[in-house]
Design a protein around this ligand. Structure first.
Ligand code: GLY
Length: 600
């Protein structure tokens, strides 16, 4: 199954049909890639960027010998490429990429958000992870998102304003990665972002479309409204946008490190915006910011065929859920079935449902709640779960399993809502280090509250709004200092202990399906990375099988319905950025968004 040339053209030109839930629909139907427009903007200044855009539009991977970077915006990729070309490491390049993304793709990630980073270290051969997830303010209580009767608030009533803002982790993660693995001069890594913030950049088609669709919410906060809707009018595609406040914030960080963000004027601007958000103030304090810490955690690795997929463990559900899906599928011969076979998608869909059942019951911040982390991906447990898939039809019911607990505690099923925003960065440097990082402010435009030139996250709404069910506590309930459960799944796939693939995507809890499917397409169906990224999506989380509108995936609607799945055709706007590491490097950027891969 492939995108036809027509569909690829449609994606590149921004045509997209269908609608779904409020913000998710806005995210999905916004003008996409607009490769031609963006190529025109870049062709004068950067032939490499224009060539990368052409490769993407043609559906071919970008190839290189030494280094590569793939991310969601050509400006950000160009900044990372400059660092890599000059001999910087993947950690150095990430700082440059993230600094620019926070400016040119502000709706998805930035200084006001959090991120998870997976790192393959060429010197040691080890994979490790950094957790830069936001934390709940110390003053927050488990009932933060409940009304006076203990009922959950409406989602967007909780999101928009200061209440949903957790302590940002991304600036601390940038510094931690640079300290561990960087070698470039720290201030130099902000030069491109500062130049773009001061000198201006062209508003992308996707950003303009999203601003227009979210204008009501963006209008609620004066600093946000003035930036995104100057004079009350949404910024148009191609408008030149400057952000001197963002430039100043970067100058603080360039001079003082993360300290320049977590203390002093930037920190004061953050707490005052959060606490002063009229109608829905939050609890974030100077103490929360000053105490924030990045945590290095062991990677969660699961064997799949001849590979090991390594990713981010708790507080992300990403690696465990992707790992469960792959671990179950490893018991079936997907290669023999092929990508067009409904039977392959029955297995993928129900493996995913089983994994999501465990996710809802067991996965949360394991610094706060006991979790069966090892048990969830134990081979014998996954083989037992895989046996449930041995029939011919969709499972009539799906329930969590009973993985071995390191220490026992029972939890009730989770209830949390996630909408897709977020961004993914994949980088390989000339020394052989590999970085896979997914970065977010949660909802598109996060809390909509802006401070010091950037948007603040609404990550706290990734907690379950309910704390208990029938008197049994929910693992992902909010607690002071806790990190909300995430679906972000930055992944590095190893073969014989060596890196073979860096992959990740935005997409809320659909991230898990996007990443698992891309690995299957590449590992089982022999697709190159651009084909695997472009393969139409079929995603099943909680029972409904979502098929990507306008693609050949819809041909599976009838057979999957006949198997007993509830099928729903809709837009599925992933943002996969993938690099294959083999004889050389091959990079792919998702045709559904504006990113590119660039190498040298
Ligand atoms: N807020 C998106 C995620 O962490 O999964």
């Amino acid at each position: 199954m492939r995108y036809s040339a027509v569909v690829l053209g449609m994606l590149a030109a921004g045509a997209s049909a269908g609608a779904a839930m409020a913000q998710e629909a806005a995210d999905a139907v916004a003008p996409e890639g607009a490769a031609a427009t963006v190529a025109a903007e870049f062709s004068d200044i950067s032939p490499e960027v224009a060539a990368a855009l052409q490769a993407k539009a043609a559906g071919t991977p970008v190839q290189a010998d030494n280094w590569m970077v793939a991310a969601a915006n050509p400006h950000a990729v160009a900044a990372g490429a400059k660092v890599l070309k000059a001999g910087g490491t993947a950690a150095d390049a990430m700082v440059a990429v993230q600094s620019v993304l926070g400016l040119v793709e502000p709706q998805s990630s930035g200084l006001g958000g959090g991120a998870f980073l997976v790192w393959y270290d060429a010197k040691t051969g080890e994979v490790t992870t950094l957790d830069g997830r936001e934390t709940a303010p110390l003053a927050a209580t488990p009932r933060l998102f409940q009304d006076e009767n203990g009922e959950p608030m409406k989602f967007f009533d909780a999101v928009v304003g200061g209440r949903s803002v957790g302590t940002p982790g991304t600036p601390a993660l940038m510094e931690a990665a640079h300290r561990r693995w960087g070698q470039a001069n720290w201030p130099s890594l902000f030069e491109d972002a500062i130049a773009l913030a001061d000198g201006g950049f062209s508003v992308s088609p996707r950003l303009a479309g999203l601003i227009e669709r979210d204008a009501d919410r963006l209008s609620r906060w004066p600093e946000t409204a003035a930036y995104f809707l100057p004079g009350g009018t949404p910024l148009a595609e191609g408008a030149t946008l400057t952000n001197p406040a963002y430039g100043d914030t970067l100058r603080h960080i360039a001079r003082d490190g993360a300290q320049g963000f977590y203390t002093g004027p930037v920190a004061e601007a953050i707490t005052s915006a959060v606490r002063g958000a009229e109608g829905n103030p939050g609890l974030l304090s100077a103490m929360d910011l000053a105490l924030y810490q990045v945590k290095e955690r062991p990677a969660v690795c699961v064997t799949y065929r001849a590979f090991e997929a390594c990713g981010m463990g708790p507080p992300s559900s990403g690696a465990l859920t992707v790992g469960q899906i792959l671990g179950m599928l490893g018991n079936y011969d997907l290669a023999a079935l092929g990508a067009d076979n409904p039977e392959a998608w029955r297995l993928i869909g129900d493996a995913s449902r089983l994994a999501f059942a465990d996710r809802g019951r067991y996965m949360a911040d394991s610094d706060f709640v006991p979790m069966p982390t090892k048990g969830l991906v134990a081979q014998d447990y996954l083989a037992d779960r895989a046996n449930l898939l041995s029939g011919d039809d969709a499972l009539p019911e799906v329930a969590p399993g009973n993985p071995a607990f390191d220490h026992a505690l029972n939890f009730a099923d989770d209830e949390s809502i996630e909408f897709p925003s977020t961004s993914h960065i994949s980088i390989v440097d000339q020394y052989g280090n590999v970085l896979s990082m997914t970065t977010t402010i949660e909802n598109g435009f996060g809390s909509r509250v802006m401070a010091a030139g950037f948007l603040l996250n609404n990550e706290l709404t990734d907690f379950s709004f309910r704390t208990h069910r029938d008197g049994v506590p929910i693992a992902n309930r909010l607690e002071p200092g806790k990190r909300p459960r995430s679906s972000m799944a930055p992944t590095i796939v190893l073969k014989d202990g060596k890196p073979a693939l860096a992959v990740g995507s935005p997409g809320g809890s659909r991230i898990i399906g996007y990443v698992a499917k891309t690995i299957v397409a590449w590992a089982d169906w022999g697709m190159d990375v651009q084909q695997a990224v472009g393969l139409p999506h079929l995603v099943n989380r909680f029972g409904t099988y979502d098929l990507e509108a306008g693609t050949e995936a819809t041909a599976l609607e009838q057979p999957l319905s006949e198997m007993g799945f509830e099928v729903n055709t809709r837009d599925l706007t992933s943002g996969l950025h993938v690099i294959e590491i083999g004889e050389g490097l091959k990079g792919a950027a998702d045709p559904r968004r504006e990113g590119i891969a660039l190498g040298g």
